[in-house]
Ligand binder design. Structure first.
Ligand code: LLP
Length: 442
């Protein structure tokens, strides 16, 4: 059994997170429940920042908040001095609602709308990461008509193929994101942006993929970007002050995963950038990174209550829980693997091999194909580890299941961070035919 962060077992044999009994949490808040170990999130944030600091490199660590976006987590990110990567008007709105310092918000996306971009200008955010030529035109139009400045980065695809799931690689050439570094598109974007009166081009951005376990791909990407930076300096006398190398650092979901310590990636980046800039006599840029999963992934645990069980003789036993693909789409979507424990009997031998199924009307709604539990019985509390990233943020209301509640635990205390959806919430946007006929709505 592998525990993460502050997880432990108390005298009752119950799993604890942040010093709080998870069985108590299940009772207080109901299940499914996503529980965050906030001390672990803070520890990860500090480790990234410290590593840059000890390498003597100016840096911004931006939380890639698509991993889990909520007002409360933005507040914690702010407390830790993180910057914020948002990818939509909705995430920006959440950041604004959390009072996040606008100058540390970076706006991503491959199809930002005119409205979203205007919103970014309204809020005077720190930086727009420009993805494509249409966006260059939109940003120029807005900046010129308002006569307002905006910092931008050019997002490029460095042509690096990192070993990860196909659906989550983004740095290769055939990608919907960014300007190609090799075929001239990045250069053209540069020409369109570098001497604009209202647009301050800070530098370049790339993100090569997600759940990456090696530093080589990051080194190659950094080298490719630095080469381009040098060529822009040589040709145009332009010096980039920011090099954003994205996120994607892998975490341990199961024992097959062997991630490096988060600082190893940052160390490697700092080393490459320091040595290349030194030898090219290029002023050291700030390095920005955007970790999502590696900041928040293993800080999250989902608690479920077990319900029906079904034995398929000689094949498998299904143990069904009160959530499923609605709160964790990753097994169905990516074949992602997870581990679980019986949170109310952690010390018992976990020797019963079962399949943990969700409650959705879909055969593929299985959370863990091969889980080992402590003689499962109805009413157990199951804890599925490492559900902090891309679980709640990708949750759906399939079968009209309400989204779970989210709780933050730290130093023996718990507080609700996101309310559980109610049935009322589920029909909040629905309109009855009568209401439309009455003209009560348009
Ligand atoms: N920066 C950019 C521009 C990104 O596109 C992403 C993730 C990140 C940073 C953060 O990557 P991370 O450090 O979290 O790996 N839904 C998928 C992951 C999609 C990642 C999308 N971009 C999953 O559940 O695995």
């Amino acid at each position: 059994m592998h525990f993460y962060g502050t997880q432990s077992v108390n005298g009752k044999g119950h799993l604890t997170i942040g010093g709080v009994d998870t069985v108590d949490l299940a009772q207080i808040y109901g299940t499914p429940l996503i529980v965050y170990d906030i001390a672990l999130f803070r520890e990860r944030a500090r480790a990234f920042k410290e590593t840059f600091k000890s390498a003597g490199v100016q840096a911004q660590v931006a939380y890639a908040s698509k991993a889990f976006s909520s007002i409360a987590i933005y507040e914690v990110a702010q407390q830790e001095g993180l910057s914020l990567d948002v990818v939509s008007g909705g995430e920006l709105y959440t950041a604004v609602a959390a009072g996040f310092p606008r100058e540390r918000i970076h706006f991503h996306g491959n199809n930002k709308s005119f409205m979203e971009l205007q919103y970014a200008f309204d809020e005077k955010i720190g930086c727009i990461v420009i993805d494509n030529f249409s966006e260059i035109a939109l940003v120029k139009e807005i900046a010129e008509s308002r006569k307002e400045n905006m910092n931008v980065l050019i997002r490029v695809t460095p042509g690096v193929h990192a070993s990860t799931h196909d659906f989550i690689t983004t740095g290769q050439e055939d990608s919907k994101f960014g300007f190609d570094l090799k075929n001239g598109q990045a250069d053209e974007a540069f020409r369109q942006l570098h001497d604009h009166p209202y647009i301050q081009l800070l530098g370049m951005h790339c993100h090569i993929g997600s759940q990456i376990f090696e530093t080589d791909a990051f080194r190659l990407a950094a080298e490719a970007l630095l080469d381009k930076m040098e060529s822009w300096r040589d040709e145009y006398g332009f010096v980039c002050t920011v090099l954003n190398l994205g996120g994607g650092f892998g975490i341990r979901y199961t024992e097959e995963d062997r991630p490096l310590h988060p600082s190893a990636y940052v160390d490697e980046m700092a080393k490459v950038v320091l040595s290349m800039t030194r030898s090219a006599n290029y002023p050291m840029p700030e390095i920005w990174i955007e970790p999502g999963r590696s900041l928040i992934g293993d800080a999250g645990t989902t608690l479920y209550t077990t319900g029906s069980m079904k034995e398929v003789p000689n094949i498998r036993t299904y143990v069904a829980v009160d959530g499923g693909m609605t709160d964790n789409i990753r097994p169905a979507l990516y074949g992602a693997k997870y581990t679980a424990v019986t949170a109310n009997r952690v010390n018992d031998a976990h020797e019963d091999k079962v399949t943990i199924a969700g409650k959705c009307c879909e055969s593929g709604d299985k959370l863990i194909e091969e889980a080992y539990l402590a003689s499962p019985s109805e009413g157990d509390i199951l804890a599925v580890f490492c559900t902090g990233a891309y679980n709640y943020s990708m949750a759906s209301n399939y079968n009209r299941l309400p989204k779970p509640a989210v709780v933050f635990c730290e130093n023996g205390e718990h507080r609700l961070a996101v309310r559980r959806e109610t049935y009322e919430d589920l029909i909040r946007l629905d309109l009855s035919l009568q209401a439309v006929e009455r003209g009560a709505v348009n």
